[in-house]
Design a protein around this ligand. Structure first.
Ligand code: ANZ
Length: 928
């Protein structure tokens, strides 16, 4: 019988589908295991071979856990709302609802082709009203909650209202907005004109939109926000309780950006003649400049202060003489993005306000400047500048000729600031002579004692923008009444469905497309919110819906979420490190605080799979011609035969052009196919070959259509089969490492499966497995494999598992092993990797139940223990031969056997035995 993989795979996929083999029950006495993949955006391009890498790894793990007796939840769904889906729809001129459905169907087909064990009855789609009903409901929970700093928990906002009523205070809606976890506020946002929407910080990379690379500017707009900053400390703490890659934890920590320090006030010096208002009168400044510093220990080194150019005090304190300069500088800064300002380190710019502050300890006058390196959005938007301790302050002082006081004993600051903390202080009054730690503590005490300021912890993280001026997202369950006050919809009014729009161009006044849906927008009680929720709304809680996907009464019943509990393993890309992964952790904490679920971290363990790069191929066209040089002929001269044969006269500078990897075998271009691509653009191309072949250049690049290096899993599966494809993806290398796709090596994996097949099946004789008892050696091969596969699977090290399977099959083939005792458990080990061939052979062995529910082979370590030893046998200390004995063999028997051995007798030369030395497990020496 042949290994007809196409038939076998289709057959089992059909049977598993018919028997609902992957359906998972919530009602079971088995221990649970929840294995989750980051669900995909159903983009128009479909899946390429890079996408399933993580899915295959998690699928292997899920199948393994099932064989180990767990009830395994391994669901899949679609992140079908959001910008990518809408952009695709706009590009192709079709409605997002239509393209999304089409793309989902295509994705599902491709996923099923890879043989995943997803329980499709639990599929969720974020754009489905039955799903986003609950996204809207959770939004209302956020809207109706506040963060109680006393209990450190999200709580219903009624509690806050009651607290105030008890004190006789009635909180207005404006006041409440300052507490709600989902709130509306005016804020400078990342406005992307080209996309017509506001973007979250993590969607802006290097000052342009992550999608499309369009310019992003800062704009003041009224937006919805999530008060994620209230959870900053808990988001940090929680990282100590989860098993995430250290690099990812570090990214989250940096993003949250916790800084300990002090906030303190510098009084503004009362005007000398310098500060006059428009009518020429002295201006009274009652205000002080509040600064945030992480280095209160350096306060005696302060020689100037800097306000962010947008700081509200600038206007007030600037003197008449400096007005012009300050205004011009402000104009210059407003043209620059926050990111440019943060990343600019070389160019020093700034302007003097003409005003002075008073040093809180020395009473000295300190000039107040504005400069773009101080950002309005961080700390208080103002700093005390310490040039000797901070490089930006140092550069600034140097550039503007400001004093650089020395406060670090014996540190050289003639060239640059000293930023290390191994210092003792001088010229610093009461901290002179102290080290950093003691000085900081003393200074903080002093600042608080003198009521100059307080200890303060700052976070770099900002509240998360939650509004998008787009069509394809969840509508907010909010209506503005006649006064413009937001009113939450009632739970029983949900879902608020997205109206069907024919066009989804932007609405008036920077509003989204929903502002064009006037009938939908204007209702008797007011006007609906026309923004929609961002892409990360639906993905912040989808792991919960999979547990209880058809519940119409609640987002997920508490019993069920307690049973499935945290996601045991979450597999996905590192690009979601500070977006999705932080938001979903916050939502989890809120739902936990409000008592809807029983844990406050959604994911126990996280694995980031690496990216699979495309292996691009290039051809080299002589510029301005349709003539091509094979890679190693670039720069070489043409022979006269070649000139005659091809008609190409001279070589010359070449253009490197991407060529579709699918018409290249390894590096060799298929010339006939090449002539037909791009509407026969190269139909009359001429070639200078090497050894009769056209050899392409290559490079590893992102896998994308524009680089003609996309490999579709369907094509690979058609040629080699699903099982080969799955194993080959794993064989490419460690899951967390990025690597290029290379179809070449797949042959080896395919040959391995054929070889495995032949252990069970003979082409002419058919089924050849016997009931004979296995030898120790065969048992050893099997149990080594059990041990390795089990260890690797627990550690997601699947590439070495594939190697082990290969070693195992080679060994068993060498031993001519046909024994069921060995070959049957081997199939169970292989099932998670190559389920179809395993099931086919399992049935051939006479099993009638499915292998998906077989039990995992038990490791018997005793087969791995070496139980015999090959002794070197010496005569008078010189090794002459060797002999294998069982380790527990009797010493007298060993002596008897050795002394009868021909080689031994020869070297004894008939001399009488003086001594027989036997050291167990080491050596034998015959002394004569
Ligand atoms: C005095 C000082 C002395 C500082 C010294 C540093 C070193 P992190 O760690 O990132 O929190 N800073 C405060 N607010 C700022 C703003 N809005 N824009 C730009 N810089 C700002 O950094 C905190 C430090 O960054 C603060 O401590 C402040 O400078 C500056 F030897 O104060 B420091």
């Amino acid at each position: 019988m042949q290994y007809t993989f196409r038939e076998i795979e289709k057959k089992w996929q059909r049977i598993w589908n018919e028997t609902q083999a992957y359906k998972v029950s919530n009602d079971t006495s088995k221990p649970k295991c929840y294995v989750l993949d980051m669900f995909p955006y159903p983009s128009g391009a479909g899946l390429h071979v890079g996408h399933p890498l993580g899915y295959i790894a998690s699928d292997i793990y899920a199948r393994y856990k099932r064989l180990k007796g767990f009830n395994v939840l391994h669901p899949m769904g679609f992140d079908s709302f959001g910008l990518p889906a809408e952009q695709y729809a706009i590009e192709t001129g079709q409605h997002p609802a239509v393209t999304t459905e089409k793309n989902i169907a295509r994705y599902k087909e491709q996923l099923n082709n890879i043989g995943f064990c997803f329980d499709w009855s639990r599929e969720v789609k974020t754009s489905d009203p039955s799903y986003y009903k609950w996204t809207q409901w959770i939004f209302l929970q956020l809207y109706n909650s506040w963060y109680n700093p006393e209990t450190n928990k999200a709580e219903p906002i009624e509690g806050l209202i009651k607290q105030h009523t008890a004190k006789g205070i009635e909180l207005s809606e404006n006041e409440l907005m300052k507490y709600r976890l989902a709130y509306r506020a005016e804020s400078l946002v990342n406005w992307c004109e080209a996309l017509g929407t506001v973007l979250a910080n993590d969607e802006v990379v290097n000052g342009v939109s992550e999608r499309g690379g369009h310019p992003v500017e800062r704009k003041l707009m009224s937006q919805w926000f999530l008060r994620i900053t209230s959870f900053a400390e808990r988001l940090l703490d929680g990282l100590n309780r989860v098993d995430f890659p250290e690099s990812l934890k570090e990214m989250q920590r940096n993003w949250i950006g916790r800084s300990e320090g002090a906030e303190l006030a510098f009084k503004i010096q009362q005007s000398n003649s310098a500060s006059k208002n428009e009518s020429g009168n002295d201006v009274q400044h009652n205000s002080a400049i509040h600064v945030f510093t992480t280095r209160p220990d350096t306060i005696f080194g302060v020689s100037f202060m800097v306000l962010a150019p947008e700081h509200s005090l600038v206007q007030e304190i600037t003197t008449e003489e400096q007005k012009k300069e300050i205004t011009e500088y402000q104009k210059y800064v407003s043209s620059r993005s926050e990111r440019d300002r943060m990343s600019e380190t070389k160019k020093v710019t700034g302007a003097f306000t003409g005003a002075y502050a008073v040093h809180p300890f020395t009473g000295k006058a300190i000039p107040i400047w504005i400069a773009d390196y101080v950002l309005m959005g961080y700390g208080t938007g103002a700093i005390m500048a310490v040039p000797c301790g901070d490089s930006r302050d140092y550069a600034f002082a140097r550039h503007f000729n400001i004093d650089i006081p020395e406060i670090f004993e014996g540190k050289d600051i003639s060239e640059q600031a000293y930023e290390e903390k191994d210092v003792t202080y001088c010229a610093s009054e009461f901290i002179n002579g102290l080290n950093y730690k003691d000085a900081s503590a003393r200074m903080l005490d002093e600042i608080e004692a003198r009521q100059l300021g307080t200890r303060k912890i700052n976070f770099r993280m900002r509240d998360a923008g939650f509004s998008r001026q787009r069509y394809w997202g969840e509508p907010f369950p909010i209506v503005y009444d006649a006064n413009g006050t937001p009113v939450a919809m009632r739970e029983d009014e949900l879902p608020l469905e997205l109206p069907y729009l024919e066009t989804y161009s932007a609405g008036p006044n920077g509003k989204g497309p929903l502002a064009n849906a006037t009938e939908w927008m204007n209702i008797p009680t007011g006007v609906r919110e026309t923004d929609t929720m961002p892409g990360y709304a639906g993905s912040s809680w989808y792991y919960l819906r999979y547990m209880d996907p058809h519940n119409d009464d609640t987002f997920c019943s508490k019993d069920i979420s307690s049973y499935w509990n945290q996601v045991d393993v979450y597999v996905g890309g590192a690009e979601h490190a500070v977006g999705h992964l932080l938001y979903s952790r916050m939502w989890c904490k809120v739902l936990n605080d409000l008592g809807y679920i029983t844990y406050d971290e959604p994911y126990k363990k996280l694995i980031n799979q690496g990216m699979i790069g495309g292996s691009s191929r290039f051809v080299y066209r002589i510029s301005g011609t349709n003539d091509f040089l094979s890679k190693n002929r670039i720069g070489s001269s043409l022979s006269s035969e070649e000139i005659v044969e091809t008609g190409i006269q001279t070589s010359g500078p070449v253009d490197e052009i991407h060529v579709d990897v699918n018409i290249v075998d390894g590096y060799e271009l298929d010339l006939d196919k090449f002539r037909t691509v791009k509407n026969n653009e190269y139909a009359d191309a001429r070639f200078i070959l090497e050894d009769g072949k056209y050899i392409c250049g290559d490079a590893v690049e992102k896998m994308s259509k524009s680089k003609y290096n996309v490999v579709n899993p369907d094509d690979i599966i058609e040629q080699y089969g699903t099982d080969t494809f799955r194993m080959y993806e794993m064989f490419l290398g460690p899951i967390e490492v990025s690597k290029p796709w290379d179809t070449k090596g797949i042959e080896g994996v395919h040959r391995f499966l054929r070889k495995l097949w032949r252990l069970y099946m003979d082409e002419s004789k058919g089924y050849i497995v016997t009931d004979e008892k296995a030898s120790m050696e065969e048992q050893k091969v099997l149990h080594q494999t059990i041990k390795k596969i089990e260890y690797d699977t627990e550690n997601f090290a699947f590439n070495t598992s594939v190697s082990q399977f290969m070693i195992c099959v080679n060994e068993l083939a060498r031993l001519n092993c046909t024994k069921k005792e060995i070959l049957e458990p081997l199939l169970v080990l292989l099932t998670p990797f190559a389920p179809h061939i395993s099931e086919e052979l399992w049935q051939a062995l006479g099993n009638t139940n499915t292998i998906l529910d077989a039990s995992y082979p038990e490791l018997n370590e005793s087969y791995l223990i070496e139980n015999s030893f090959t002794y070197p046998v010496a005569i008078n200390g010189k090794t002459r031969t060797e002999y294998e004995f069982a380790l527990d063999a009797d010493a007298a028997e060993i002596q008897e056997t050795v002394l009868k051995d021909a080689i031994v007798l020869k070297w004894m030369e008939d001399k009488p035995l003086k001594k027989f030395i036997y050291i167990k497990g080491k050596m034998i020496n015959v002394v004569v």
